[in-house]
Design a protein around this ligand. Structure first.
Ligand SMILES: Cc1ncc(COP(=O)(O)O)c(C=O)c1O
Length: 413
């Protein structure tokens, strides 16, 4: 197996995160009754600008709870982008409803009002507004395209994004977030639903905890789930949340460096930066290659150098579980074949970006641009920094490699 030296994503776990998890663990409040869970829900909802946060065990659970709380079930249709991760589509099926796949835009890779309006039928109950790869979707346009349908936002990949000063996750009736290890902030696994609607909040809360009656212990008028978050996860989430702005700022800097280094390769299309009123947060800095053949060959060549990448998602309508859903989604199919996610974690260093972009140039048959011949030093720096953070050891921190007499920080931009 090839050893990956530059992962496509590694989370930024700080010493404070580790200390908070330790505190939460030793408090004895390890499960969902922990006061950290309620505090994380309040702090996260306040930071995104929503009335209520209902934490849960994953982004997938957030989607499932949202669809169930919205009353979506057999006979209903939910419009889902054809180009997305599988969770929004599979949770529609988990509710007994039917996903209807809409094509995405060549410009920002999100579903468009035009494509959604073509999918509307009398059975349409909701639109799943997925904000893909950090790019904020046009929720207002989607709502106009499907009058009467509920907008459920999937913000798993775009936490912190805004459009016309409205935070992603607050436009729709329900906003679903993921705190998986590669997300903007992480709790290991974890998720959250945001809503301003007190009735929906009560339904989410009930369904998350086996639908057990709040007034009569062990009485269940219906069936629910155990989708609760632990106290340790919430403690980490609270600590990560305090660094969210810094993480987002690092992502912008990473995107700037990639864009700068790759600008002179006209055969590539670079991650759409969005507009002044709807900027991308560049969750995964992504590029479009000229063809699937070039993309696959580039992935292989980068992989040989220890650079981990991801292809874009398969269009949902091309996957076996959704066979038989008639769909015409040429843009999703084209993007899926040509798209590639580059390493994008917040600890990525400038020399690592040079190494990745040189490897891309070489894969396209161009000469190298920078003098970086090895990534060992920066990888070692990151590994040691993570170790220092993980152990909290002053010695480990003191052992960090130095450059010109100063401690090498994990991020050199
Ligand atoms: C768009 C989207 N929705 C939902 C999810 C599911 O989140 P989780 O992995 O926390 O279940 C993901 C995960 O990557 C995602 O990318």
């Amino acid at each position: 197996m090839i050893k990956r030296e530059i992962p496509v994503y590694s989370p930024w776990i700080s010493e404070e995160d580790v200390e908070e998890v330790r505190r939460a663990t030793l408090s004895g409040w390890v499960s969902s009754s922990s006061p950290d869970v309620l505090s994380f829900e309040e702090e996260f909802a306040a930071s995104i600008g929503s009335g209520r946060g209902i934490s849960c065990s994953s982004g997938t659970a957030a989607l499932h709870l949202s669809l169930r709380a919205a009353g979506i079930g057999p006979g209903d249709e939910v419009i889902v982008p054809d180009l997305t991760f599988i969770a929004p589509a599979s949770m529609v099926v988990a509710c007994g409803a039917t996903p209807v796949f809409a094509d995405v835009s060549d410009e920002d890779w999100n579903v468009t009002p035009e494509s959604v309006s073509k999918c509307v039928t009398p059975r349409t109950r909701a639109v799943m507004a997925v904000h893909l790869y950090g790019n904020p979707a046009d929720c207002e346009g989607l709502a106009e395209a499907a009058p009467g349908a509920m907008i459920i936002e999937d913000v798993a990949q775009s936490c912190g994004a805004t459009r016309d000063d409205v935070n992603a996750g607050t436009f729709g009736s329900l906003g679903c977030f993921s705190f998986f290890g590669n997300k903007v902030i992480t709790t290991g696994e974890g998720g959250m639903v945001l809503t301003d609607d007190p009735d929906l909040a009560a339904r989410l809360h009930l369904l998350r905890g086996h639908a057990m009656s709040p007034d009569r212990r062990y009485f269940h008028a219906e069936l629910g789930f155990n989708y609760r978050m632990t106290g340790m996860q919430a403690a980490m989430g609270r600590s990560q949340l305090r660094r969210m702005d810094e993480i987002l700022s690092r992502k912008r800097k990473i995107a700037k460096l990639y864009a700068n280094r790759l600008a002179e390769l006209p055969e590539l299309r670079l991650h759409p930066p969005g507009t002044a009123s709807a900027p991308s947060i560049f969750w995964m800095y992504s590029i479009l290659t000229p063809s699937r053949k070039v993309r696959d060959e580039m992935m292989r060549k980068l992989g040989m150098k220890g650079i981990d990448t991801r292809p874009f998602f398969f269009p949902m309508s091309s996957l076996p579980p959704f066979a038989g859903h008639p769909t015409h989604t040429p843009v999703s199919r084209e993007l899926s074949e040509r798209g590639l996610n580059l390493p994008s974690g917040p600890l990525l260093t400038e020399s690592e970006i040079d190494f990745v972009t040189d490897a891309i140039r070489e894969a396209l048959g161009r000469s190298k641009r920078s003098k970086v011949t090895s990534i060992t030093a920066s990888v070692t720096a990151r590994t040691r920094t993570l170790e220092a953070a993980a152990t909290g050891s002053k010695r480990a921190r003191a052992n960090l490699p130095t450059r010109k007499g100063r401690v090498e920080l994990p991020f050199q931009i």
